[in-house]
Design a binder for this molecule. Structure first.
Ligand SMILES: C[S@@+](CC[C@H](N)C(=O)[O-])C[C@H]1O[C@@H](n2cnc3c(N)ncnc32)[C@H](O)[C@@H]1O
Length: 447
């Protein structure tokens, strides 16, 4: 009996020493880093379930025995310093006996929030400022148009006030996230929670090489994780084809996959290049996204200049790219993963043939912007702009200058300018000193 009264840390240490492994060797061969392993063995922290599974596999030790140890230690951590700890524990035993199932449903799961994703030029830190200006300078709560939605963080904030919010972006991978967060089709949360659990218990060693791992493994993602990603993507496609998923469930799973793997990418936040250093092994922790209850979203995937000819609203928020860096190239891996046509890839960054290239990133930017604001059928325009055109890096130089954008907006309506200093993503070539974020608020002239 006493043999079993040891912590999971002690057990893991004993197994390792008996097998004659050094901590570093275990770290190298599993997805757990040296410091975490050491903290686990010395009882400073508990391992996660995927870590226990990978250690059980590595040591060829009974996974069930280790998981039992883990669960019991978790309970002890919770109750040991509570006066009523033991009584709470007995009550929990009773509840379990009568089938109370607390944490297996979507509501009680840990989920990804909209903003927990990296995206170049996202306005997460500026949304409150933008919405406050819109609130004080405009009237009406009918339709808000976010014509270059990106992550949709601004659109989401607009949903608190406007009855209808139009979302649009040319990227497939952004469109799928809008379908997932704001779609109105009913979806089965229990089914997706179960699938998420299944994806978290995948054993990468028994997964075959696939399109994703062959192309991106060891480069943008750690080899074993890349096999899991390819497997999960293929499984989602298979389930969709077999009608095991409706279109909303499909979008939620794909979006959850994007959010899950964003945390594991060996990059600085986009896929123009990967970091040329050995990739730290981290377990894939598939989590679902937190969907929204908003019922008034209208979702498009069109070129902004074409779409504006077919929609109207009270206000349009305009946040296009302003330099030569194409979003479809920055996020080619997500575009590839979402379309899943498995195209041939080129170059060091393994990009497919160009698609969805934006005129806003070319010399046509100024005329394209002018065409957009002239054709938008709205009362107000709110335009984001930052002055990176002073940047020394050619690719970060703005295609439309501050003077040009001011003139274009003055020509279509009465324009006010608001500004704020703002630190942002860069690769060290830009002078931050007078970097500013602008918001133009234009009340359009009647036609
Ligand atoms: C600066 S980002 C928008 C960021 C967004 N406001 C946010 O907070 O996440 C610009 C977006 O415009 C999209 N885009 C570029 N050209 C476009 C076009 N011609 N039509 C529609 N979307 C376009 C890009 O894919 C990108 O997501």
């Amino acid at each position: 009996m006493l043999d079993t009264i040891v912590s999971i840390g002690d057990t893991l240490k004993e197994i390792r020493e008996t097998k004659g492994f050094h901590l570093q060797e275990v770290a190298d061969k599993t997805s757990i880093n040296y410091t975490s392993l050491s903290r686990i063995e010395t009882g400073k922290r508990l391992p996660t379930k995927p870590q226990v599974q990978s250690l059980a596999q590595f040591y060829s030790y009974s996974e069930n025995d280790l998981i039992r140890q883990l669960i019991s230690d978790k309970i002890i951590y919770e109750v040991q310093n509570e006066d009523l700890g033991l009584e709470g524990f007995h009550l929990a035993e009773q509840k379990l006996k009568y089938g109370l199932n607390l944490f297996n449903d979507y509501k009680n799961q840990d989920k990804f929030q909209l903003q927990s994703r990296r995206y170049i030029g996202n306005k997460a830190k500026l949304t409150d400022w933008i919405m406050e200006i819109i609130e004080s300078e405009t009237e009406g709560n009918g339709t808000f148009i976010d014509i270059f939605s990106g992550t949709s963080i601004v659109a989401k904030s607009a949903m608190e006030k406007y009855k209808t919010v139009i979302l649009n972006d040319i990227l497939y991978s952004n469109n799928v996230t809008y379908q997932a967060f704001y779609g109105t089709l009913k979806w089965n949360s229990n089914k997706l929670v179960e699938l998420a659990n299944e994806y978290n218990t995948l054993n990468s060693k028994s997964i075959r090489e696939n399109y994703f791992s062959k192309n991106f493994g060891g480069k943008f993602y750690e080899k074993e994780v890349s096999k899991q990603i390819g497997y999960i993507r293929q499984d989602i496609e298979k389930k969709k084809k077999n009608n095991d998923l409706n279109s909303r469930e499909y979008a939620i799973l794909l979006t959850s996959l994007i959010y899950t793997i964003d945390k594991l990418a060996n990059t600085v936040g986009h896929f123009d290049a990967y970091i040329k250093k050995p990739i730290t092994k981290r377990p894939l922790n598939f989590k679902l996204i937190q969907t929204s209850d908003f019922k008034g979203a209208k979702i498009y995937q069109e070129d902004a200049n074409e779409l504006v000819r077919n929609i109207k609203g009270d206000i349009a928020y305009i946040d296009p790219p302003y330099n030569s860096r194409q979003y479809s190239r920055f996020y080619h891996i997500y575009e590839n993963l979402i379309q899943w046509k498995k195209p041939k890839l080129y170059g060091v960054a393994l990009k497919p043939e160009p698609e969805n290239m934006s005129k806003y990133c070319t010399v046509q930017a100024k005329d394209t912007f002018k065409d957009l604001v002239e054709n938008l059928d709205v009362k107000y325009l709110a335009v984001s702009y930052n002055n990176t055109y002073k940047s020394k890096s050619k690719s970060s130089k703005n295609k439309i200058t501050l003077e040009e954008i001011t003139e274009i907006l003055n020509n279509v309506g009465e324009t006010k300018t608001f500004e704020q200093s703002h630190t942002y993503f860069n690769t060290g070539k830009t002078d931050f000193n007078d970097h500013k974020e602008f918001l133009f608020l234009t009340k359009k002239y009647d036609k």
